[in-house]
Design a protein around this ligand. Structure first.
Ligand code: PSU
Ligand code: MN
Length: 304
């Protein structure tokens, strides 16, 4: 890739050159995953939490056809508040560059850009995965995880997905799944899914040990570090089952497909639960940003 396409914020550029800790953050969750005004507040809070751990946040988006790594306040507000902001996955990047679009990046495209910028740690809420239903609708987040050697911190795949099928996909494509201070894969708004992890890690150093081996082996895949939602924000299963079924049925009735599915389901559940799922989503995003900040910090310490 030609370097001219990348627009790396000077603070991040010098941090990377000096082996200081940097954490990538995605922007689709800001533009399409959370409602206003919680979206901009959360975006700023995530950056702040990463800084509190001693790392530098790099929120990623596309602006004026440039892959921007690290946004200023004005750019962050554009992503959060512009009416027509696009959701850009990796397949959309060539169009976005050629046509000088601005848009928010998904887990897939954020990973792609972050890796080319030289960032190794990335925090998000829930990854995309295999959707429920017969179509096979599989998020590009999954193949990107299989192809990008980074540490990706999340709370599992979003609950709206087919979690067992998503878990199987990760196994088939050799993505190592770590449980961070937990013994099974979390299920986004819930701490437990009943699905297995490959290894438990209790500290940033334990995660880094696995990541070093992954790199030594030359494996192309990410290390997926799954962190449960903080217990006080976990959504009760009775509430969750109700709002989830309602959202899935409504999406089917309205024939919502493609890139619209995930944002529709998340918004519908938040409304139907009176904001309970939204609070859980924000709490897990914040917690994951903290954990990623600590991992990045420990990595920079180990390498210096
Ligand atoms: N996690 C959240 N909220 C979100 C997303 C993740 O807590 O909105 C976004 C991510 O950007 C992820 C995308 O990449 O949803 C997946 O969308 P799709 O299923 O269309 O690939
Ligand atoms: Mn899809």
């Amino acid at each position: 890739m030609t370097k001219e396409l990348l627009n790396i914020h000077p603070e991040i550029e010098s941090a990377l050159a000096a082996n200081k800790p940097v954490v990538a953050l995605e922007s689709t969750v800001i533009a399409h995953g959370l409602p206003r005004p919680q979206n901009i507040e959360t975006a700023q809070r995530l950056e702040q939490l990463v800084r509190q751990q001693g790392a530098i946040p790099a929120t990623i988006a596309v602006l004026d056809g440039k892959l921007c790594v690290g946004l200023n306040q004005h750019q962050l507000e554009q992503i959060a508040n512009a009416e027509d902001i696009k959701k850009l996955s990796t397949r959309d990047l060539p169009i976005a560059i050629a046509r000088k679009w601005k848009g928010a990046t998904t887990v897939a495209s954020t990973m792609w850009i972050a890796h080319r910028a030289g960032i190794q740690v990335f925090a998000t809420g829930g990854i995309g995965g295999v959707h429920r239903g017969s179509l096979p609708d599989i998020s590009a987040d999954l193949p990107q995880l299989a192809q990008t050697p980074m540490i990706v911190v999340c709370s599992g795949a979003k609950i709206v997905l087919d979690l067992p099928a998503t878990r199987e996909w990760l196994e088939t494509h050799s993505v190592t799944v770590v449980g961070y201070q937990c013994d099974e894969m979390p299920a986004f708004y819930s701490q437990k899914s009943g699905l297995p992890i490959d290894a438990r890690c209790d500290s940033p150093d334990a995660v880094l040990e696995l990541f070093r081996s992954l790199r030594e082996l030359g494996l192309p895949s990410a290390l997926l570090v799954t962190v449960p939602v903080p217990i006080e924000a976990e959504v009760e299963s009775s509430i969750l089952n109700n709002v989830l079924e309602d959202a899935l049925a409504e999406a089917k009735r309205q024939k919502i497909t493609g890139r619209g599915v995930t944002p529709f389901l998340l918004a519908r559940m938040s409304e139907a639960s009176g904001g309970t799922t939204l609070r859980a989503n924000i709490a897990l995003l914040e917690n994951n940003a903290r954990v990623a900040g600590r991992i990045a910090k420990a990595q920079s310490k180990a390498n210096s």
